[in-house]
Write a protein that binds this ligand. Structure first.
Ligand code: SIN
Length: 184
């Protein structure tokens, strides 16, 4: 999978005749909402866990010195909390560009706090994408984050904003909070 997923994503879902789509956000989409939405609700998806395993060449790092951002890794017993937005489908024209560094749109069920379930979409950077970095010790991930910056700003802000947003949601994410602790 190439570095730029815009064209891949345009071919993935057909929004013809669709007036709104649920989008599940678990990373920057929780705290950086630069798109219009009709409704937003905390939600959880199951079978996935959030990991700082994706390289960022275009937002929080550069191609020569990538930062680290989150993706979702399949894990049958895990669940991941985030924010769901009901968006008009044309929002994906903007989001496909924002998420172009390796993320593809996948269909997923998402569960809201009241137990209701909706089908929607989530951007996931799969392990075969060209910017994928994979696992590393929390201290090493924190060091890479501390040293990285890109057009969207310091990588450290991505981590700190995400950790704060997860706390506001009442989420316990040991992976994110451990890296935050190492950042100092
Ligand atoms: C997301 O937030 O749902 C995708 C990953 C990111 O943009 O940080």
């Amino acid at each position: 999978m190439s570095f730029d997923t815009v064209e891949h994503n345009r071919r993935r879902q057909n929004f013809e005749g669709v007036s709104s789509v649920w989008l599940f956000g678990y990373g920057s989409l929780i705290y950086k909402v630069d798109f219009p939405y009709l409704e937003k609700r905390p939600a959880t998806i199951t079978g996935w866990e959030r990991r700082f395993w994706q390289g960022s060449h275009d937002h929080r790092g550069t191609p020569e010195s990538p930062g680290r951002v989150v993706t979702l890794i399949e894990s049958p017993r895990a669940s991941c909390m985030g924010m769901a937005y009901r968006v008009p489908p044309d929002v994906f024209e903007h989001l496909d560009v924002r998420e172009k560094n390796g993320y593809l749109r996948f269909a997923t069920p998402m569960t809201f706090a009241d137990g209701t379930v909706e089908e929607g979409l989530v951007y996931i950077a799969t392990t075969d994408n060209a910017a994928f970095l994979g696992p590393a010790p929390a201290a090493d991930i924190a060091l890479q984050i501390a040293r990285s910056a890109g057009p969207s700003g310091p990588n450290r802000d991505y981590l700190l904003n995400l950790a704060a947003a997860l706390r506001a949601l009442g989420d316990q994410d040991p992976h994110v909070f451990e890296i935050e602790k190492h950042l100092g």
